[in-house]
Design a protein around this ligand. Structure first.
Ligand SMILES: [Zn+2]
Length: 126
């Protein structure tokens, strides 16, 4: 009995006596869910008190970072809107040109394959 008395502690939160976990001899709170939750809350509060700017800083940082990102991409897009439009148009034109050329070659090749003699004469004429 004396041994158990030595082990017993009073819970900091509910005041009940409890036997600390053998892996956590410094346990100050009993293992009831309520008290464990309360303990976590207290830890959080204490931590936040010690680091009052942590969340604020993080939020500000994140916000400004996101804002910067968004603004940058917006600026970039606005700046390059005209350029992108021209680029797309040029690309479309280039693509059309490419397809035209491709089809021309494809038809020539096909003609050559089907009737090589006629195709040779046509190529000479063109
Ligand atoms: Zn307790």
């Amino acid at each position: 009995m004396a041994k158990e008395e030595r082990l017993e502690r009073k819970c900091k939160i509910c005041g009940k006596t409890f036997i600390p976990n053998k892996y956590r001899p410094n346990q100050e709170v009993c293992s009831s869910l309520e008290c464990q939750y309360q303990r976590q809350l207290e830890n959080m509060k204490g931590w936040r008190k010690e680091n009052p700017n942590y969340f604020k800083y993080k939020e500000d940082n994140e916000k400004s970072w996101r804002q910067t990102c968004r603004e940058r991409s917006l600026q970039w897009r606005q700046k390059h809107k005209e350029y992108l439009r021209l680029y797309r148009e040029a690309n479309r034109e280039r693509h059309r040109e490419y397809m035209r050329e491709y089809m021309r070659k494809y038809r020539k090749k096909k003609q050559k394959e089907e009737k090589s003699e006629v195709s040779n004469n046509e190529a000479g004429a063109a």
